[in-house]
Design a protein around this ligand. Structure first.
Ligand SMILES: Cc1ncc(COP(=O)(O)O)c(C=O)c1O
Length: 330
């Protein structure tokens, strides 16, 4: 398992529920390797889809800890609402996740491996004539992938600071929907081809927002600084967790607009980290700006990023007290 590409191995089953236009069906277990779809299925044409990404951790005493289950369910409901998709019921979706984890609990790997949980909602109307109207029927499923450690300590993380383009349509940045990733992909690939970058920080008109798959945090010995929430980027649950933890650990936490020039000045003395469920915190080692590569000296140690990362991991794995009430133990 540890040698497989992240997200390519799955529990044998998914849980699923159908919305028939009126109500949700009961949850069923089904094989995880097939999903028969009519070629006219709404999601295939009009991207009526949203998803979540969360993790479950095996603790030393053999329990399974799901991290911030309620918050992921809430964010999925917000995404569904923005897409005019039927909104999953809170208790049903939570049970779809918990029951699947419980059934396959033996397949949740030892930390740093985890179970990566991917609830997905798709529009199921069979019509290619509904470009401008919502799907009435939908399928909700939960897919789980046992994964190894996504994070490689000391890995190069060269990012392009792009002050021209948007990751996605600005009114849709807070929605976790496939189209947003499709929209960013070309720009990520162009940066990779031109500058050999791993990621792009989108900072349209110099307003530092996020990368194609993670939020952006500026960190030093005293402070954690990041843009305040807006409709333009994803309200990351890792971002929120790090901010709460940092405050608790005595850092000053600031949420405000950050300019590209300010980020570049920060590279000289501070750390820059990308935050997201998969990697937790990934230190940026170099920023490409105006065709020049700027190394980040503090990234060689990434002292503060690693300290915050460990504090969060300890809560997730049950090694530290769950002082914020983030963990659901199965
Ligand atoms: C675009 C984008 N921004 C930010 C994040 C971080 O969100 P979270 O911390 O909830 O995983 C993600 C997902 O990982 C993402 O896809």
């Amino acid at each position: 398992m540890a040698n497989n590409e992240f997200g390519t191995v799955f529990f044998d089953e998914i849980t699923l529920a159908n919305f028939d236009g009126q109500q949700w069906s009961d949850t069923q277990f089904a094989p995880s390797d097939k999903l028969p779809l009519h070629p006219a299925t709404h999601v295939l044409h009009y991207s009526s889809t949203c998803f979540e990404g969360m993790k479950a951790f095996r603790t030393d005493d053999g329990k399974i800890n799901v991290f911030r289950l309620d918050d992921h369910v809430k964010r999925m409901q917000n995404s569904a609402k923005a897409l005019y998709l039927p909104i999953p019921k809170t208790e049903q979706l939570k049970a779809m996740i918990v029951d699947l984890l419980d059934k396959y609990r033996d397949q949740v790997p030892e930390f740093p491996g985890v179970a990566y949980i991917r609830p997905t909602l798709i529009g199921m109307d069979t019509s290619i004539g509904r470009a401008a109207s919502p799907t009435e029927t939908a399928l909700l499923f939960v897919l789980i992938s046992p994964v190894g450690d996504y994070f490689t300590p000391g890995a190069k993380m060269r990012v392009l600071l792009n002050t021209t383009d948007l990751r996605c349509a600005p009114h849709f940045g807070a929605v976790k929907s496939g189209g947003n990733y499709a929209s960013a992909l070309g720009l990520v690939m162009q940066a990779k081809e031109k500058y050999d970058t791993q990621q792009v920080i989108f900072a349209p008109n110099g307003d530092v927002q996020e990368t194609a798959a993670a939020n952006c945090l500026l960190i030093n010995d005293n402070e954690v600084l990041t843009k305040g929430l807006s409709s333009e980027f994803l309200p990351g649950i890792t971002r929120d967790s790090i901010l709460q933890l940092a405050k608790h650990m005595g850092y000053k936490v600031t949420e405000r607009d950050i300019t590209a020039d300010e980020l570049m000045a920060w590279t000289k003395t501070g750390e820059i980290a990308l935050s997201g469920t998969a990697a937790v915190i990934a230190p940026v080692t170099e920023v490409v700006y105006q065709d020049e590569i700027h190394p980040i000296p503090a990234s060689s140690e990434s002292k503060n990023s690693m300290k915050l990362r460990k504090a969060l991991n300890d809560i997730q794995c049950g090694k530290a007290d769950d002082i914020f009430g983030w963990v659901t133990t199965i």
